[in-house]
Design a protein around this ligand. Structure first.
Ligand code: ADP
Length: 534
């Protein structure tokens, strides 16, 4: 086999040279050259990772370079005839055999890429290129061919293809158009999506930079090129501009690109992505408009809520005020000197109610403007007890038994005194309203604590929420009462949430309603603890 190859390589070369008609005196140099050329040829095919072979007219291998055996860890006889097929990757074998058989049936040339098993069991990609030739001695035609190791090239190309596919998928996902400008040739390449962005047919789009430049809005050209020139090396170039669509309208685009530079810092290529901002701009404008509308309506809403809250909260002290003055007037009218003290008491109570009304107005405006000026530790029992006293003054009270668990003494929360009392008061008043038709009406206030939080539960034995979901009751102006305003619970929620807590309501399994609010707890004042112990 080695002899065959030597004869094939050297012989062919020598014959070719002698046919050139060189003088006989040059023969020795020629022969020496032939030997060198032969050596050079062997070196070339080795360094290029190539394996020459010869096959007969039917494609059966009759001669192959020893390198094949070396690489494949096989004897050269294992390549002869069609035995080489057993070393072809199973996925490529049938295709290669078909292509080789087809070529030998009448073609003059053959090229096929396939994988061959190497000595270590791994497969490498080879390109087999062969051509038919006709020996001068008139014998049957043969095939001479070259197996070239293209493994690295092939894998690099496959990786590049995979990366390009990923790139395309990413572009599809982001709906960005990938583009590239070769600044040497001034040629522009755009991804397929550009046709749908601008409405041009594929044939209309050219790769000439001037064609693209014409599409930029005249007002944007100077700014765009100035921003490009000012882009520092190594930085991303980001620029918004308008591009003309086929129908003459302009679309807002944002281009984000990277400028590749040569060693001297000269820009040589720009690769980037173009995003259509038209929809985004329209959405942004819509959101800005909505925000303005919301600001307006929330201003109006806040004003309406404040006035409604005030009327709700002022109702009680103003009614008391009117009652006390009316009572005092009646006593004065009777002219009985014994009533003097009662009149003074009524006037004092009227003054207290008036002051209370003033404080409520003040606190309400603070609450709406998120004021936190007067926050301090408030004892839960005291707040609940104050609210109970006020509820009992109310004519609607109807002897409801309001029991406050003594454990409430043990817990303080940070809040405003009047606001905390207001929370209990609003919940108690609602319960009293709900308990009108209940025999032995009761309200129970209990407390549980968990780590930094304390949860207050206010349960009544009234009709409950009648199957409707209680979450909605906290929304402003939700009421089931004929004369209700629907603000009591939303005020409770606003107060509790402004103090870092939360409030909810639930239907009792045995009937009745329960309100629960949770707030961050603080160490109680010592005197409160003593009261609790007492
Ligand atoms: P208003 O008292 O003006 O109706 P609220 O916000 O205080 O406004 O209460 C909203 C609604 O929640 C009430 O109309 C009532 O239907 C319901 N509600 C509140 N507390 C109770 C309760 N203890 N039992 C049954 N329903 C209640």
């Amino acid at each position: 086999m080695e002899a065959q190859l030597t004869g094939w390589n050297g012989g062919e070369t020598a014959r070719a040279n002698s046919r050139d008609g060189e003088s006989v005196g040059q023969d020795s140099i020629l022969l020496q050259n032939c030997a060198e050329l032969d050596e050079l040829y062997r070196f070339t095919i080795r360094i290029n990772r190539q394996i020459p072979f010869i096959a007969d007219e039917h494609g059966a291998v009759i001669s192959i370079a020893p390198l094949w055996g070396e690489w494949c860890g096989a004897r050269l006889s294992d390549a002869m005839g069609y035995k080489f097929l057993s070393r072809i990757h199973p996925e490529d074998r049938a295709g290669l055999a078909d292509a080789w058989a087809n070529a030998t049936r009448g073609a003059e040339a053959y090229v096929y890429d396939h994988r061959t098993r190497m000595a270590d069991g791994s497969y490498r990609w080879f390109r087999c290129a062969a051509e038919k030739y006709y020996p001068e001695d008139g014998t049957a035609p043969r095939w001479r061919g070259l197996l070239s190791d293209i493994d690295e090239l092939f894998r690099a190309r496959a990786a590049a293809q995979a990366s390009e596919a990923r790139f395309r998928t990413a572009a599809l996902a982001t709906r960005d158009v990938i583009w590239e400008v070769d600044l040497q040739t001034r040629l522009v390449t755009f991804g397929d999506l550009i046709t749908s962005f601008l409405g041009y047919d594929v044939e209309e789009i050219t790769s000439s930079a001037s064609w693209w430049r014409e599409k930029i809005h005249p007002d944007d050209i100077a700014r765009t090129s100035a921003s490009f020139c000012a882009c520092p090396a190594g930085e991303r170039w980001v620029c918004d501009f308008r591009l003309r669509r086929v129908d003459g309208d302009y679309v807002h685009m944002q281009s984000r690109a990277f400028i590749a530079r040569d060693a001297t810092g000269r820009a040589i290529r720009v690769t980037g992505a173009l995003a259509d901002l038209t929809e985004e701009r329209a959405t942004r404008q819509r959101i800005e408009r909505l925000q303005l509308e919301m600001v307006d309506s929330s201003r109006l809403g806040a004003a309406a809520a404040l006035s409604a809250m005030l009327s709700h909260e002022l109702n009680q002290p103003l009614t008391s005020l009117a009652n006390f003055i009316r009572g005092a007037r009646r006593l004065l009218h009777q002219g009985n000197p014994a009533s003097h003290d009662s009149i003074l008491m009524a006037m004092d109570a009227a003054a207290t109610s008036a002051l209370e009304a003033g404080t409520i107005v003040h606190r309400m405006s603070e609450l709406v403007s998120q004021g936190e000026g007067r926050l301090s530790a408030q004892n839960l029992w005291e707040a609940a007890n104050d609210a109970r006293s006020l509820t009992c003054l109310d004519t609607a009270w109807n002897n409801v038994d309001i029991a406050i668990a003594p454990e409430l003494h043990d817990f303080d929360v940070i809040g405003d005194r009047i606001q905390m009392r207001q929370v209990f008061l609003n919940i108690f008043r609602n319960a009293v309203d709900a308990l009108r038709a209940t025999r032995e009406p009761m309200i129970r206030v209990t407390v549980t604590a968990a780590q930094e939080f304390v949860e207050v539960t206010i349960a009544d034995n009234g009709p409950g929420f009648g199957g409707s979901k209680p979450e909605g009751l906290f929304a402003p102006f939700v009421t089931t009462k004929p004369n209700g305003v629907g603000l009591g619970l939303s005020i409770c929620q606003m107060i509790i949430e402004s103090l870092g807590g939360g409030i909810r309501a639930q239907q009792n399994p045995e009937g009745g309603a329960t309100f629960l609010f949770t707030m961050p707890r603080v160490e109680p004042e010592p005197q409160n603890r003593q009261t609790a112990a007492g």
